[in-house]
Design a protein around this ligand. Structure first.
Ligand SMILES: Cc1cc2nc3c(=O)[nH]c(=O)nc-3n(C[C@H](O)[C@H](O)[C@H](O)COP(=O)(O)O)c2cc1C
Length: 303
């Protein structure tokens, strides 16, 4: 079967991409999973500088989900370029850099610095980073703020730009549309849902912060709706993310309009999940008589 897909300015060998923050910088996962077999890898979020992230406890499992408050720990753009990127050279997969910023300019610094490296195929702007000046709110909550950052990045690089959106906004469609207007080649959605975990006995949060991000199967129906809503109302490529753990989940996201998908939390429980999900999807497509993924993208027929 021809598993290739075109999405957000890239041609991927298949529609399965490892989601940011759940596969390290690729190198960590490589002993368990052959990176050359996935369509792409989005590396852990990078700021211009190194970050320690939040203190523990940083994760809490819920029934069907995972709460995390890692706080975007990372090695920063320079160490990534020097220590990790060379070790990714040999893999035949698309490398997508997840760019972060506490201030708008920081996103642009990451893009400006890393676009010089041939091995970086595209940027995914993590517009869901808490902003210091705005009291922790994030750019993807507002269309005009998202527009400014994507526009800035667009003026710096010719490489594909994907905007990673938060579902924690009432303006999701407007934000996706603003990103497209500003020159984004795709939008990736969703990032985690704001949530919390409380310990009745200690009367405190179970995590080191008040709020954390919920991911995993618990969010799949919510993410599916978000992807459907954006894909059916904005003329932009959509990368679907949220609780995908089976090949059938993947096909559902593509049916409602995603041109590719990302696998996040599933990898934490099962390091080879992405490959299993791909194999399951391919055999389901075959069973139903399809020849490639393009035949189902956006073919949802509603109620
Ligand atoms: C531990 C952890 C770390 C994450 N780090 C990032 C990150 O650095 N940048 C980002 O854009 N998303 C990050 N995410 C969000 C995931 O990429 C993904 O959007 C989200 O988990 C939903 O997908 P899933 O339900 O398949 O996990 C992180 C998620 C988890 C669980």
């Amino acid at each position: 079967m021809d598993t290739r897909v075109k999405v957000g300015g890239l041609e991927l060998k298949n529609p399965v991409i490892l989601a940011s923050g759940t596969a390290g910088y690729g190198v960590e996962l490589s002993p368990f999973l052959d990176l050359s077999r996935v369509g792409g890898l989005v590396v852990k979020g990078l700021y211009p500088y190194e970050r320690m992230g939040n203190p523990p406890p940083r994760v809490w499992e819920t029934p069907c989900g995972l709460l995390n408050t890692i706080g975007l720990q990372g090695v920063g753009m320079k160490r990534f370029a020097q220590e990790y990127l060379p070790r990714l050279e040999s893999y035949d997969t698309s490398i997508i850099v997840n760019a972060c910023g506490e201030e708008d300019e920081e996103y642009l610094q990451v893009v400006d610095y890393l676009q010089e490296f041939d091995r970086v195929d595209a940027f995914e702007l993590n517009l869901s980073c808490p902003n210091v000046r705005e009291g922790g709110r994030c750019p993807a909550m507002w269309p005009d703020w998202s527009y400014r950052i994507v526009r800035g990045a667009r003026s710096i690089t010719k490489k594909p730009i994907w905007a990673k959106l938060t579902p924690n906004t009432s303006a999701l469609v407007e934000v996706a549309s603003a990103c497209k207007e500003a020159g984004a080649d795709a939008v990736s959605l969703v990032n985690t849902y704001l949530a919390m975990a409380v310990d009745f006995r200690t009367r405190k949060s179970r995590l080191s912060t008040l709020f954390a991000g919920l991911s995993g199967p618990a969010i799949k129906p919510l993410a599916l709706r978000a992807v459907y809503t954006v894909a059916s109302s904005v003329d932009v490529d959509v990368v679907g993310i949220g609780g995908i753990t089976t090949g059938e989940d993947l096909l559902e996201f593509m049916l409602v309009g995603a041109k590719a998908v990302q696998i996040g939390s599933a990898t934490l429980r099962e390091p080879t999940a992405a490959l299993r999900i791909l194999e399951e999807a391919v055999s389901l497509l075959r069973q139903e008589g399809y020849n490639n993924f393009s035949e189902i993208i956006g073919r949802f027929e509603g109620v």
